[in-house]
Design a protein around this ligand. Structure first.
Ligand code: ATP
Ligand code: MG
Length: 456
């Protein structure tokens, strides 16, 4: 790999940096000690070192070593080898996973069957091992390539990461264009780290995002879904969202949502309000150590696009419930061409959407069932969110649901018995609708011919 600076190894001694062993998780230390005691090199690297130096709590701890995957496996009973593109070892401590990667070397110029790029320069195989120094220059940003050495508690810096950390700059290691082409997801990572750390993206890396962003189209949708979750559910979702939009990356990930924001203009966009408020709530929940579910936020992102399709289906003669089902399927299918949505999440999104009308119009018969539905909490939170960003006509019904949750079972039954029954559609009305539906059915575009219609 070409690197635009001469590599200079700098060692920052224990008393010259702020990381203490106590800051590192017990499990990460166990892994580091065991590797070291077996005679291997062992370093903490990546976000763990970066975040500790910034006084933040790391999300996870990654370890780099000269031990090969099989050698790592031989050392740890609780080890799983994973990955094809990158072969990695996961050391499992219950739910805590320490990722251990063998130092990687350069993949260019060689004929090794273990490494390779496609015609666009994207890395498709990456299993050539190398030295510590080679491993450093393969990483994405200088601040992510700082190595904490368990042998003497020093930090090794080959790329000027300490200086960039001090200046709050995100700088790509090596030639920016080559590195974005090798892995276009680095553009999303740049935005995520800039948003999370409040760093500026160095000018060339900043500018090239606008020029190369379409390369993200070539990335598998499952990987884009994973990145999306990291962007929006990493505790800095609102910053990430705003920055993604500034870089015109959001429209590549969620074109239906962005199109609606553009249509009404930011000032009047109900979509924008809903999404931003959901992100404010998500960031707050994460700060309080509460759980968040990707399905809820995906349901938020696609709520208005779904409404839009629902209205179109109604115009084409479908009745309310049928249109809701068709629109949910349509929007989820279209989104899956851009980011996958695992089935368990798409099912929950539909449940949240479909529950909205039951929550808005509770009936004597159904209200108690709605209350005990396993998705009630998500559906109710969604209703409150909608009310809070402008659907103020939902206030009374939100209060009713808030109230009923605090009541005894007898009181709950009493409250439900005071509700009305479902509105009955008259026979004549029904047959008129049926006729209309029949007439327009022929004009509805066949959904199955749309791109990305794989599963819903
Ligand atoms: P966080 O865990 O807080 O999201 P991180 O920097 O630890 O941030 P990870 O995805 O855990 O990010 O990756 C660990 C390290 O692996 C990174 O710091 C970086 O050095 C390297 N890395 C990860 N993804 C890439 C990539 N796409 N290209 C180059 N290096 C990468
Ligand atoms: Mg990490």
């Amino acid at each position: 790999m070409t690197i635009n600076k001469t590599i200079k190894k700098t060692i920052i001694r224990q008393n010259e940096h702020s990381i203490a062993r106590d800051d590192i998780s017990k499990n990460a230390l166990k892994v580091l000690y065991r590797l070291k005691d077996a005679g291997y090199q062992a370093y903490l690297v990546g976000g763990g070192v970066r975040d500790l130096l910034l006084g933040k709590k790391p999300k996870d701890f990654d370890v780099a070593t000269d031990a090969h995957p099989d050698e790592i496996k031989a050392l740890f009973r609780n080890c799983r080898l994973i990955g094809r593109r990158f072969r990695l070892a996961h050391i499992l401590f219950g739910r805590d996973v320490i990722e251990v990667a063998t130092f990687r070397g350069p993949h260019e110029g060689g004929t090794s069957p273990h490494a390779g790029k496609n015609e666009e320069g994207r890395i498709i195989r990456d299993n050539v091992y190398g030295s510590l120094e080679e491993d450093a220059i393969r990483r994405d940003f200088t601040v992510n390539a700082l190595y904490y050495n368990i042998r003497d508690d020093s930090i090794v810096d080959f790329t000027g990461g300490m200086q960039d950390l001090h200046n709050k700059v995100l700088r790509m290691i090596g030639d920016v264009s080559t590195r974005y082409r090798e892995d276009p997801v680095r553009m999303l990572r740049a935005v995520r780290f800039a948003a999370k750390l409040d760093f500026t993206i160095e000018p060339e890396a900043h500018q090239l995002i606008f020029e190369l962003k379409e390369l993200l189209d070539g990335i598998p949708v499952a990987r884009l879904f994973d990145e999306t979750v990291k962007l929006f559910q990493g505790g800095y979702g609102l910053n990430c969202f705003r920055l993604l939009r500034r870089y015109q990356l959001f429209e590549l990930l969620f074109p239906l949502t962005e199109a609606l924001i553009k249509e009404t203009g930011e000032q009047n966009s109900a979509t924008l309000k809903l999404v931003e408020q959901a992100l404010i709530n998500t960031d707050e929940r994460i700060a309080q150590g509460k759980s968040v579910n990707p399905a809820f936020f995906m349901a938020v992102l696609l709520w208005y696009p779904m409404q839009d399709y629902k209205n179109r289906f109604i115009e084409r003669g479908q009745h309310e419930v049928e249109a809701l089902i068709s629109a949910s399927r349509e929007v989820i299918t279209r989104q899956q061409a851009h980011t996958s949505i695992p089935k368990r999440f798409s099912m929950m999104m539909r449940d949240i959407w479909h529950m909205q009308s039951q929550l808005q119009h509770p009936t004597k018969k159904r209200a108690l069932r709605t209350l005990t539905n396993k998705r009630f909490r998500a559906g109710y939170d969604f209703l409150l969110l909608r009310e809070s960003v402008g659907e103020h006509e939902l206030k009374a019904i939100c209060d009713w649901w808030t109230d009923i949750q605090t009541r005894s079972p007898e009181e709950q039954e009493q409250m439900c018995s005071e509700l009305g029954g479902p509105k009955r559609r008259r026979g004549a009305d029904k047959s008129r609708r049926r006729k209309k539906r029949k007439a327009v059915k022929l004009t509805v575009e066949p959904v199955s011919s749309q791109p990305g219609n794989t599963q819903a």
